[in-house]
Design a binder for this molecule. Sequence first.
Ligand SMILES: [Zn+2]
Length: 304
Amino acid sequence: MNEFRYDLLRDEWVIIAPNRLHRPDMFYEIKEKKAKTCPFCRGNENFSEKDILRFGNPWVLRVVPNKFRSLAIENPYFFNDNKIGSYGAHEIVIDTYRHIKFFDFEKSEFVNLFKALKIRYNDLRKDNKLKHFICFKNEGIKAGATQSHPHTQILALPFIPIQIEKNLLKYKAYFDNHKKTIFEEYIKKENLIVFENSEFIALLPKASKFAFEIRIIKKNNFFDFDENNLAEVFEYLKITKKILGEIDFNLIFNFAPFEDARYFHFNIEFIPRLFNIAGGELSGIYTNVVAPEIAKKAFDDFGS
Ligand SMILES: [Zn+2]
């Protein structure tokens, strides 16, 4: 049942190819290097820069500038034909003082993280030189993490990246033509729903690029959300530990662009890094060896 499938939000085709799953070279291992001193643990504050934001005393969450930042507000702001000044922000949210895995968080730790992300989004959008907010989490070496302490990265850019802008223009045109968002249409079409509450829906996209990929979408187009409702989704997603064990993954938080964006719904991509990305993916086509219908069955089995 291999087939090409189209994803409405990404405007992209993907190959669903379960027959490729059992190739012998699909898994690989890299040993995790253990740091002697964790710069993000409580008591080691002198390893990072001064707080931008801090919750609790003693602290339970901190936001600091990235020590190895690619962008900073001290950097020049300019636009040339093929060069743009590296003006912007690059911050690290130290999600919790506890040196644990993301899916071992208590609900209050999820709540704190989502509250902090909203505060930073609302603060950075006040700078009208900044146009786009990027927020992601890498957990594990396969996902690109260089620190094992749970943390989330924020970038604020002076422009909107081309592929994202292309998608935003499409969402906007859809909204203007249909008087409803493309996300409403998407939610209506996708039926592999694993969790739902009053504010969010979590589903396995039919055209998943990655095995066990999950997309969490806010049901309406108002930016503000209740961090408790979002934390509830992640409490549910702890089930992935039962299904897949401890895995490396990326979380991508797609916040609305800083301009007025009623055509957009806040959403999150959960991307397990079970398999390596190879040349086919780098050439522009993703092959997913686990059909999302099969993944859905695993959620149903473990959820009951
Ligand atoms: Zn630590």
